[in-house]
Design a protein around this ligand. Structure first.
Ligand SMILES: [Fe+2]
Ligand SMILES: [Fe+2]
Length: 167
């Protein structure tokens, strides 16, 4: 399904399309996080990535629950945005020699990912409510709250520790 084949005829279609986009993104993030855990040298940063890995597994399951509630097939559509964010993170990480500067790069990359998720879930919740699907909105809100908390944790970790060590 792509925009140029005009498969999206209604807000309902767009809602499902965007759910499949974020489903792809969550699965992609699930694959990237273990490498970030291994690559980080700060124990607290590693711990933050590890705990968000557990939450991300929950996000995938929660999306599957939303697909089930809607009675549509749980499948992905390619999300070039998350592929780009992760590719850029890997590229930068591969060019950083100092492990403490690398931690700053990893924290920044993780926040770029969180912000992508936050924008997507914010939109999906607004659409779910507009479409009268408060059941879906409630489930998606739980994930959004976790994304925001993960982002806030990374901000305080970066400001209190990671950036200082890198400087
Ligand atoms: Fe997520
Ligand atoms: Fe996340």
């Amino acid at each position: 399904m792509g925009f140029f084949s005009k498969d999206i005829h209604s807000l309902d279609d767009l809602f499902v399309h965007t759910l499949r986009d974020i489903y792809y993104a969550e699965k992609r993030i699930l694959k990237a996080l273990p490498t970030m855990v291994e690559t980080a040298s700060s124990a607290t940063l590693r711990q933050a990535f590890q705990s968000h890995l557990g939450e991300t597994e929950g996000h995938v399951k929660r999306l599957e629950e939303v697909f089930r509630l809607l009675g549509v097939e749980a499948r992905t559509v390619k999300c070039p945005a998350i592929d780009g964010i992760i590719a850029e993170a890997e590229e930068v990480a591969s060019e950083v020699a100092d492990p403490e500067v690398l931690d700053a790069a990893l924290a920044a990359a993780a926040q770029a990912v969180e912000h992508y998720e936050i924008t997507r879930y914010g939109t999906l919740i607004a659409w779910a409510k507009r479409l009268g699907r408060n059941d879906c909105a409630t489930a998606l809100q739980r994930t959004l709250d976790e994304e925001k908390a993960a982002d806030a944790k990374l901000t305080s970790l970066a400001e209190a520790q990671v950036n200082m060590r890198a400087a």
